[in-house]
Design a protein around this ligand. Structure first.
Ligand code: SF4
Length: 258
């Protein structure tokens, strides 16, 4: 039995809380971390970690293109849970080179340019943030996008060379919001203004009634292109497993975090 199959067997039927506790006991506080994009799902996981497994390290990425409201939520989350949330930034030199070569709004010009920007501002910092861990926890759900329909609670993340744990994989959107209201979890102000998913300011818009929940991210691109590289290969993870137990910190090919 592969390592992934064993983990899947151990976690079958577990609640989100139990999955998070399992991740801590299996990988230890130095072997797993939680990547928060401050979206609704990630706020649920932050709450669960604060309540049930506060030893798990949390981090977020500051791409340099976020909304002010995202920083406001980060501050409210820090105050509410008294957790240390590490913030990782892109490398200055790479941002400067990219802006010099392609201008400040390169992402609108081509998918290639958009992925370059996501790589510089998200993937590379993510690789640094994940350095040294064996597994990471994310707030992905199956019903969020066509690229996530086959998402499983425990997957092998080929791009990052890590085990990816999605405690909310099977949750519905209404379950997320029921939880947020029941526990008074802080959430992004834009969720009340038609933004189901919030990323960088130039690449996120509100959605119209009936639109797919991911329609507001990179709205000028076709749906199958809408991953920033952080979560590539979700549906292709299958039963493959790690070749070694060491992470590949800079093994990410492209990028998105939420
Ligand atoms: S979401 Fe947009 S601004 Fe943010 S890193 Fe990707 S392309 Fe750049």
């Amino acid at each position: 039995m592969s390592e992934i199959d064993r983990y899947r067997q151990e976690t079958t039927g577990l609640s989100a809380t139990a999955m998070i506790r399992w991740a801590l006991s299996t990988f230890g506080p130095d072997g797993v971390s939680f990547a928060s994009s401050l979206g609704a799902e990630d706020q649920v996981i932050t709450h669960l970690i604060a309540e049930h497994a506060p030893q798990i390290p949390l981090f977020t990425l500051d791409t340099g293109r976020l909304y002010q409201e995202s920083y406001d939520l980060l501050e409210r989350t820090r105050e509410r849970y008294r957790l240390e949330i590490s913030v990782y930034f892109p490398e200055t030199k790479r941002v400067e080179e990219m802006a010099r070569a392609h201008g400040p709004n390169l992402f609108y010009e081509s998918v290639e340019n958009r992925k370059l920007c996501c790589h510089v501002r998200k993937v590379e910092p993510l690789g640094r943030a994940l350095g040294g861990v064996r597994a990471w926890i994310v707030g992905l759900r199956q019903e969020q996008a066509i690229t996530r329909q086959d998402l499983r609670p425990v997957d092998w993340d080929e791009a990052n060379g890590l085990i990816k744990i999605s405690p909310l994989a099977a949750w519905t959107e209404s379950e997320v919001w029921d939880f947020i209201r029941r526990h008074d979890v802080p959430y992004h102000a834009f969720h009340d203004q038609g933004f189901p998913s919030i990323g960088c300011a130039p690449c996120t818009r509100a959605i119209r009634p009936g639109e797919d929940t991911r329609a507001g991210r990179w709205w000028w691109e076709r749906p199958e292109h809408k991953e920033c590289g952080i979560h590539l290969g979700e549906s292709a993870a299958g039963t493959a497993g790690p070749a070694t137990t060491s992470p590949a910190p800079f093994g990410i090919q492209e990028i998105e975090t939420s």
